[in-house]
Design a protein around this ligand. Structure first.
Ligand SMILES: Nc1ccccc1C(=O)C[C@H](N)C(=O)O
Length: 378
């Protein structure tokens, strides 16, 4: 794999004139701790990952940190702080939102609080202004992916209608969009190393992104709106928050306390994957057979693939059994693999993690966990 990663020269950083809407473009992100400090930039309005072919939801949000040097001297511009080459090779953090493949009220901006907290930690880390830290290149940028949703005709306030192309997606459309976005980020912003995080069905998608493309009927690569075949390298680590990993298993025998959601699960699973239970099984990372871990190939020098599974024990929608099943799957697979092929699995069962969506709504604990993963402390 390393040999077929041909890096084309990157385009210059996007400028204000490229903004999709007047007044859009790079907007400063202010530190939530010391309000008048600029700690990064956010590209207002998102980037279309399919260029002119993008629909409303085929976009990525991007946040970039200011460099330590610029933090010191103040008033940086985005082209100075990130795209000048000083961050070359630093990892990105990429997020996939949840919402059961269909919720119109949860999108890529649901990561904003977490992203801002991470930029703040970066600016406040001890010795942030020292030359040694400046060359450490901890984080190149943060991206959050929008993807087309499945129908939600009975949503109480924003029901989908059949002509809406952004709300008529069916598996494997969602994972196609995610892979296209990852390819776009690699082509446009030079993303190489990255950590892929996801919440709820976003965690499902993050692990699906590690599986072989052929499982999603992709033969000969992902194409973008400019006629290029995109290189999609795989993440070095995946972090799943309150993730869905075995939908058929849940629907077949939900844990007692969660039985009241059985019909709701059936409804959104059918909406996203269709009626065929075999498709649910094959698509889900904890039930896919043959097992897929070997398909997660790393194309850069990295010792080991890592999965961090975070589950709140106060989650009223997703039972911890989803995470336990995923752990078992990896453990069984690891037994068959050589020492340096094994996936490192870390599980965080959070007794005080709050309900299903609290972790991204608050954004503090999510930021902290992702920070530790970036530092290599988890
Ligand atoms: N019932 C679930 C079970 C598990 C995971 C998510 C949900 C959701 O309901 C998500 C979203 N808020 C929805 O309205 O579809």
């Amino acid at each position: 794999e390393p040999s077929d990663f041909k890096q084309k020269p990157l385009l210059p950083p996007p400028k204000m004139e490229d903004a999709p809407n007047p007044g859009g473009g790079w907007k400063p992100v202010f530190d939530p701790v010391s309000f008048n400090t600029i700690i990064g930039y956010h590209w207002d309005g998102g980037f279309d990952y399919l260029h002119d072919d993008s629909t409303r939801l085929q976009t990525v949000e991007l946040w970039i940190p200011v460099s330590r040097a610029n933090l010191r001297y103040g008033k940086p511009t985005p082209s100075e702080c990130c795209f000048g080459g000083s961050y070359d090779g630093a990892p990105y953090l990429i997020y996939i939102h949840g919402g059961a493949w269909r919720d119109p009220e949860i999108d890529a901006m649901s990561f904003n609080k977490t992203a801002v907290n991470i930029l703040s930690s970066l600016a406040h880390q001890p010795g942030a202004l020292s030359p040694e830290q400046q060359s450490k290149k901890k984080l190149a940028g943060i991206a959050s992916i929008n993807y087309r949703l499945s129908p939600y005709p009975n949503h109480p306030t924003d029901p989908s209608y059949s002509g809406d192309i952004d709300r008529s997606a069916k598996h494997p459309d969602h994972i196609h969009d995610v892979l296209t976005a990852l390819g776009f980020l690699q082509k446009r912003f030079g993303v190489k190393e990255y950590i892929l995080a996801g919440h709820s069905c976003g965690a499902t998608l993050a692990l699906q992104a590690c599986m072989d493309d052929k499982r999603w009927n992709i033969w000969g690569g992902i194409k973008d709106g400019e006629g290029d075949v995109l290189t999609v390298t795989k993440p070095k680590a995946v972090v799943g928050f309150n993730g869905l990993y075995d939908l058929a298993g849940f629907i077949e025998s939900p844990p007692r306390e969660y039985k009241r959601w059985q019909e709701a699960y059936k409804e959104f699973v059918t909406g996203a994957f269709g009626e065929d239970e075999k498709v649910w099984r094959e698509a889900c990372p904890a039930s896919a057979d043959p097992k897929w871990v070997k398909e997660w190939k790393l194309s850069y020098e990295e010792k080991r693939r890592k999965v961090v599974l975070v589950q709140s024990l106060e989650d009223s929608l997703v039972p911890v059994e989803q995470t336990e099943g995923m752990v078992e799957y990896f453990e069984k697979e690891n037994e068959k693999l050589g020492e340096d092929e094994k996936v490192k699995v870390v599980v965080l069962r959070d007794a005080k993690g709050g309900d299903h969506d609290e972790v991204w709504k608050r954004g503090d604990k999510m930021a902290e966990i992702l920070w530790y993963v970036m530092e290599g402390a988890i």
